[in-house]
Design a protein around this ligand. Structure first.
Ligand SMILES: [Fe+2]
Ligand SMILES: [Fe+2]
Length: 286
């Protein structure tokens, strides 16, 4: 049994259960009832993961993590250094069937490249999960992976396992449980605090270097209740709604590129070296 509060060196053991869960949950054309049935039948590790996540992702926790990490004082790393660092996270209990983190990144980016999308989007695919280095800083998995959701306002029942929010201390804070909570109506997602995880972090690390659609793909790729189910319209701005199509365009490459042939890191590295150099300085602040 996976302990979802286990720290980094225990690896991303929830990861494979979780990604299979997400792929099944968001298969096209599902009704709300089908979502709930699917969730109820899910493997216990995923349910336990979300129980912990929903209980502990309070507004105060998010504000603390934003303060800690968005200052970018963890050090300087190149994109490849971050990817190689992240690769040390792989769960080695099943090395033959699991993709490494770099292989998942390359499968995502190569699928985007094959479809002829712009170079910045290929690069976005390659870096989209680098925020998971948070695990290597010692953050527990419930504060790194999984679906994200706004904190400081009422929870949508379209967030996976909404029943677990009843155990979150914020559930008993009346001003956090109104429709808009601490936010102005349609204030825009840039003004909304999302549950803490790898999306916010990587989006912030690269914010000065990539075009805005890329930043939306990075920041909100795990915000499934918004991009797949249309929740939280009361917080989004007109601009967010324009950017939504980019986030939706990105999602299938993250979800469904798994299972394609294993990419060769060695063969692909020269292409990605050029691509990275086109957009990023040699080292970035993390
Ligand atoms: Fe991700
Ligand atoms: Fe991913």
């Amino acid at each position: 049994m996976v302990n979802p509060t286990a720290v980094a060196h225990d690896g991303l053991t929830i990861e494979d259960d979780w990604s299979g869960f997400v792929a099944g949950r968001y298969r096209e054309g599902k009704s709300q009832a089908e979502f709930r049935n699917y969730d109820a039948a899910v493997v216990p590790t995923v349910a336990q993961f979300y129980k912990t996540n929903h209980e502990l992702q309070t507004l105060d926790f998010v504000l603390e993590k934003e303060k800690e990490y968005l200052a970018l004082k963890k050090g300087k790393m190149s994109i490849w250094e971050a990817a190689e660092f992240l690769n040390t996270l792989v769960d080695d209990s099943d090395p033959d069937t699991d993709l490494t983190q770099i292989e998942h990144l390359l499968q995502t980016s190569e699928a985007i490249r094959k479809d002829g999308h712009p170079r910045w989007m290929v690069l976005t695919g390659f870096i989209h999960d680098l925020g998971k280095v948070l695990c290597l800083y010692g953050e527990p998995q419930w504060a790194v992976v999984g679906d994200t959701f706004p904190v400081g306002c009422a929870y949508s029942d379209k967030v996976v396992f909404p029943e677990y929010f009843a155990s979150n201390p914020d559930f008993n804070v009346a001003r956090y449980q109104t429709k808009h909570g601490i936010y102005e109506p349609n204030c825009g997602l840039s003004n909304v605090h999302m549950s803490w995880g790898h999306d916010t972090y990587i989006g912030h690390v690269v914010r000065d270097y990539l075009p805005e659609p890329a930043l939306y793909m990075l920041r909100y790729h795990s915000f499934y209740s918004w991009h797949q189910q249309g929740a939280y319209q009361c917080l989004t701005s007109e601009h967010d709604r324009e950017m939504l199509s980019w986030v939706k365009l990105f999602n299938p490459y993250d979800l469904y590129s798994k299972g394609a042939a294993k990419p060769s890191v060695k063969d692909l590295k020269p292409y990605y070296d050029d691509l990275i150099a086109e957009f990023f300085p040699n080292k970035l602040d993390w």
